[in-house]
Design a protein around this ligand. Structure first.
Ligand SMILES: Cc1cc2nc3c(=O)[nH]c(=O)nc-3n(C[C@H](O)[C@H](O)[C@H](O)COP(=O)(O)OP(=O)(O)OC[C@H]3O[C@@H](n4cnc5c(N)ncnc54)[C@H](O)[C@@H]3O)c2cc1C
Length: 399
């Protein structure tokens, strides 16, 4: 990732220092982080959080997904606790248990020990310990679970709108229902074309999710692909209480958390999306996913056999070949165009990471963590036709 070394000063020659295209969680978090000392606008074609960012299940587990880069995990863990309470946003702290198959036990134990040595509150629990600590679970057919005690969940819409409002409180302008048709750079100035006018800026941040590949195709074949993710809401006979943890059975490609009203939210059903435009603003769940939830969840959670399916939805996010986002610029892009895309089913977790990386690129400040693994140019040419790994083949999956 290339870094600018000269901090940007407000320029009277441009409308803004930074224009951010896309009012999802990546765009709103980036705006909030930049707005302390930059003149910023967000331009969104629809509503804030109107696509993937309003549809997420909201599980947040930085240590699980970024534990091999401890500084990244620590930064994100701290961020959610610091932002808690801002603009009505709540971070609901809950432990998370990852069910481990017998043939993954050695790897999972080693990983738990490594993370624990790094100072993260992570431990391996035997099935009997699981049932003692989390009595609603049946862990008998697993080797055990890896328990993360630093995780939690967010309401994704509430979180994204809190970021937008907090950014506005710092002076950010928000243009809603304003599709951007083109972004180009002339004489070192980014020109952002809106329906009836254009905006000029020192930098343009593209936080436009899966659409960014087509949008920037004249410059670069960005390795991102749209993929479909689903959620089902189940009502159990005995409602869940606030001791119910987040969890995942990676080999079954399902994850879950409790809702405040005691319902169970189950996520999964991921596949590459052929029709992203149709499903981007949300659609229902498919039979295959619902049947898989119905046959799997009762084998893990006591009393789920008679659960009632009360709601279901799906959305589209941008996947990357290695499951990590693309943050910064590229040798194929003008320096003034920055991307914050490919949040790969983990946009809530990745939002502060994306925002910090974008800020460090634009300001030239030392980032709070190493950003090399997010470099846009880290793939070979032709990497854009990859198979989906989604969220279930990321590090720590214990499949
Ligand atoms: C069912 C489901 C469950 C999920 N569960 C989780 C979870 O548990 N934990 C987690 O961390 N993540 C989860 N995610 C993933 C998370 O929602 C996404 O990673 C994240 O929302 C992506 O944010 P984004 O800002 O990149 O994209 P988006 O939210 O898609 O935002 C991009 C925005 O850009 C706008 N835009 C596009 N083109 C233009 C244009 N030309 N002009 C102006 N605006 C434009 C779009 O309208 C959109 O609002 C889930 C996602 C889904 C769908």
């Amino acid at each position: 990732m290339r870094c600018r070394t000269i901090p940007v000063m407000t320029s009277s020659d441009t409308d803004y220092d930074v224009v951010i295209v896309g009012g999802g969680v990546a765009g709103c978090a980036s705006a909030y982080h930049l707005a302390t000392d930059h003149d910023v606008a967000i331009v969104e074609r629809g509503q804030i959080a109107g696509e993937a960012s309003g549809l997420a299940a909201g599980l947040v587990a930085p240590t699980l997904f970024h534990g091999s880069h401890p500084d990244v995990a620590r930064y994100a863990n701290q961020w959610f606790r610091e932002f808690d309470g801002t603009q009505n946003f709540s971070f609901h702290e809950r432990p998370r248990i990852e069910f481990i198959q017998p043939d993954s036990e050695d790897v999972a134990r080693e990983r738990a020990a490594t993370l624990s040595d790094e100072g993260f509150p992570v431990s391996f629990l035997e099935p009997t310990e699981v049932e003692r600590e989390y009595s609603r679970f049946d862990a008998s057919r697993f080797a055990g679970v890896v328990e993360y005690a630093d995780t939690g969940w967010v309401d994704p819409y509430e979180y994204t709108v809190a970021l937008q409002k907090a950014a506005e409180a710092r002076g950010v302008d928000v243009f809603r229902h304003t599709p951007v048709s083109d972004v180009h750079v002339e004489d070192g100035v980014a020109e952002i074309e809106l329906p009836e006018r254009s905006l000029s800026a020192e930098y343009c941040v593209m936080a436009t999710g899966w659409r960014t590949r087509e949008f920037l195709s004249e410059y670069i074949d960005l390795p991102i692909r749209p993929f479909h993710l689903q959620c089902a809401m189940l009502r159990l006979e005995e409602p869940l209480d606030d001791t119910f943890p987040l969890g995942r059975v990676a080999r079954e490609e399902l994850y879950f958390r409790g809702e405040l009203n005691g319902d169970l939210l189950v996520g999964g059903g991921e596949y590459l999306e052929d029709n992203p435009e149709v499903n981007a603003s949300g659609s229902g769940t498919d039979d295959e996913f619902r049947l898989h939830v119905a046959s799997t969840i009762p084998t893990v959670i006591h009393g789920a056999e008679r659960a009632e399916f009360v709601d279901g939805w799906s959305g589209v996010d941008a996947a990357t070949p290695d499951t990590l986002p693309l943050l910064g610029s590229s040798s194929a892009l003008p320096d003034e165009i920055v991307v914050a895309v490919g949040l790969n089913g983990l946009g809530m977790v990745n939002s502060p990471i994306a925002a910090e990386a974008v800020r460090s690129y634009i300001t030239g400040e030392e980032p709070a963590f190493s950003v090399e693994q997010f470099a846009v140019d880290r793939f070979e040419d032709g990497a854009a036709d990859f198979d989906l790994r989604g969220t279930f083949e990321m590090e720590g999956a214990g499949r």
